[in-house]
Design a protein around this ligand. Structure first.
Ligand code: BTN
Length: 273
């Protein structure tokens, strides 16, 4: 991948800055540094509806959710972070993460359909709030961070990873492993960026997630299935998200409660999802 493969986003006016690195520790960290600069400097400004994109061809110290490490082989995968200034209130910000999962799902589905692989596209699901999975294995993870009022939405996708260590092989997958063919990372980044920005702009206008509810709930891997919530003794049945992006779950007596992504993690009874 080269910087010039991504410059179309600048020419189209979709983003105002492209920060491209052959190698970087973490694109989220670079975007956070930039956000801090905007916060303290009067000469460096960013308006709402302006976006800056951070891309690393290779990321050497990627971070995942809950303090985990996000590893990627050299020049194989997507490591991207989108920086924007938000007008959303603090409690609405976790919703951006759900939109990122949807943008990745849309772009990967379209790519697979264009290759005539509807069999694989049908297996793409979202593990609430924001993992994209294929056939129960993780393809993409999202780490949204805040340097208020700036949002950093970091996306990692296993695109051309040829193999995973044994302990991950039933939990993680890549597009190469699923389809047997390498994919063009820059084209996927361009598509995901356009879709994510369009979703975020709509979210800022509408202020809730009603516009994606039906689509997201159809993709939810745990929909109507039994799930375990971290810190809760019982099992529940997942019933989809509500307009704030919280997950609705039903207990054995039929009562439905909503849980937010900052509060709990969810897993099914068997396997990673
Ligand atoms: C997760 O599933 O735990 C989230 C993984 C997020 C990884 C991406 S890669 C680009 C960006 N930079 C990082 O250091 N992390 C995110």
């Amino acid at each position: 991948m080269k910087r010039s493969d991504l410059e179309i986003l600048l020419r189209e006016g979709i983003i105002r800055e492209l920060h491209y690195y052959d190698e970087a520790p973490s694109t989220n960290d670079l975007a956070k540094e930039r956000a801090r600069l905007f916060s303290v400097s009067e000469s460096a400004v960013m308006d709402e509806e302006c976006y800056e994109l951070f891309i690393a061809d290779t990321q050497t110290a990627g971070r995942g959710r809950m303090g985990r490490i996000w590893k990627s082989p050299v020049s194989k995968n997507i490591s991207m972070s989108l920086l924007s200034k938000t007008a959303l209130p603090g409690e609405s910000i976790p919703g951006v993460t759900l939109l990122a999962a949807l943008a990745v799902t849309d772009a990967v589905t379209e790519l697979l359909l264009s290759e005539g692989r509807s069999d694989i596209a049908e297996g793409i699901k979202i593990k609430w709030p924001n993992d994209v999975v294929i056939s129960g294995r993780k393809l993409s993870g999202i780490l949204t961070e805040l340097v208020f009022p700036y949002i950093i939405c970091g996306i990692g996708i296993n695109v051309n990873t040829p193999s995973f260590p044994e302990e991950l092989s039933d939990k993680a997958t890549s597009l190469l492993l699923e389809t047997g063919a390498e994919k063009n990372r820059a084209e996927l980044i361009n598509d995901i960026t356009r879709r994510l920005i369009s979703y975020v702009n709509q979210y800022e206008q509408e202020q809730d997630l009603c516009f994606i509810l039906e689509k997201y709930n159809k993709l939810l891997v745990s929909m109507d299935k039994e799930v375990i919530l971290s810190g809760y003794p019982d099992t529940y049945i997942a019933k989809g998200i509500n307009k704030t992006g919280a997950l609705l779950v039903q207990d054995s007596s039929g009562d439905v409660i909503s849980v937010s992504s900052g509060e709990v993690s969810v897993r099914g009874l068997y396997g990673y999802t």
